[in-house]
Design a protein around this ligand. Sequence first.
Ligand SMILES: [Zn+2]
Length: 322
Amino acid sequence: MAKNSEMVLAIDIGGTFTKLGLVNRAGIVLSNNVFKTGAKQPFGEFTKKLTKEVNQLLSTIDSSDTILAIGIGAPNANYKTGEMINPPNFIWGKSIPIKKTVQDILDRPSYITNDANAAALGELYFGLGTNMKNFVVLTLGTGLGSGIINERQLLYGNYGMAGELGHVNVFSDGRQCNCGLQGCLETYASVTGIKRSVFQLLADRTTKSILRNYSFEKLSGEKISEAAHHGDAIALQAFEQTAKILGSKMADTVAHLEPEAFILTGGLSQAGALFLNPLNRYMEAALFTAYRGKVKILLSEASSKEAVLGPAALAWQGLNTT
Ligand SMILES: [Zn+2]
């Protein structure tokens, strides 16, 4: 590593893994670390591990290097309060002072936002969005997160919670969502959502399927993709249904925002053309004529190590604007 480097500390807190990185202004990850988040263990355990891992990372840099700021992406994080608010799948409490916790470890200007917003900033500064003004990032993992870039700015809304597309309604009496509502988009269009669709199809039909061999816990997005690639009728139908629901809601989003593109990340997006082709077809079919043939659906090119680019972009942006 060159001496006198300027960098930011980026922290991406996920339900399973927490990723740390030191990232320069050009978006190069100079050094990185990954550890198990322990979402089902007390928050104090996480703080201990985070302290150890941050210190380990800091030991890799030269004394002439400067860490200018910290960027944090975390589920249900609010950039105004610096807290994670009741994140599903975590037992850390109703409001977790994550920004303060990080600043207690390393005292630097710190910026926090939810993981999908951070991913959108990562695409804006270092990814597919560098030449775009208006786009929407959809993270299709355990749930469905979204980050909206409008005129090269993240859309926050009045209280910092704009763009929760995972919780727009698809069916009024639809599937129960973790958020307490019924029929939310993420209960259909996410890895968990497509697993629920597979189990529903298996119950409704007598078709042979390799997917009958798995329990709900053992079934994964990759297994459904693999089955679909081998022509499994249930898996193909599950992708078709998911694409229909998501494509139609993306068309709604186009009517609100008219983005240049959607950028997809997360487990479900890894199915590739198998999912993108029907998704594009259903979105186009549901679009108002003025928008047809104009909105691209792209797959993020960021690797798993580069998950820290989102929080890094947030930190660099924070430094530029304050
Ligand atoms: Zn919901």
